[in-house]
Design a protein around this ligand. Structure first.
Ligand SMILES: [Zn+2]
Length: 128
């Protein structure tokens, strides 16, 4: 059986940084905008010149929903869209958001947590 190919594109670089415990996004070297999801050219000006820059992880909850499975399947989980200070919106989860309160507009801060065989972003309400 042939081994599946391993991505070496921008998505793989994003995940590599997460695996190392830091969140980086691409930032265009022409117009200076951050962008996400990872891609090979800037969605603002179409430049192919970018560098990976660390982000603060700070943002506000733009949208949220709560997935409530059947009781026997566990407690459920939130799915958020977070507006980052740097501009892009990211998808993530949060243990601080439940079905009862979507917390739209609340300040949050990203933490990196293990997920399956890699890492993912989770957001905590930022009390600072
Ligand atoms: Zn650009």
């Amino acid at each position: 059986m042939k081994e599946s190919s391993v991505s070496t594109g921008p998505d793989a670089v994003y995940l590599k940084y997460l695996g190392e415990g830091t969140a980086h996004l691409q930032r265009c070297e022409e117009c200076a905008e951050f962008f996400f999801p990872p891609r090979v050219l800037c969605p603002h000006c179409a430049s192919t010149s970018y560098k990976w820059s660390p982000i603060s992880g700070k943002g506000t909850i733009y949208s949220s929903t709560f997935v409530s499975p059947a009781k026997e399947d566990g407690p459920g989980h939130s799915v958020l869209i977070v507006q980052l200070e740097e501009g892009p919106r990211l998808l993530g989860t949060s243990p601080d958001v439940t079905a009862a309160d979507g917390k739209i507009g609340e300040k949050v801060r990203a933490v990196i947590e293990p997920f399956q065989s890699g890492s993912r972003l989770s957001f905590r309400i930022d009390e600072s």
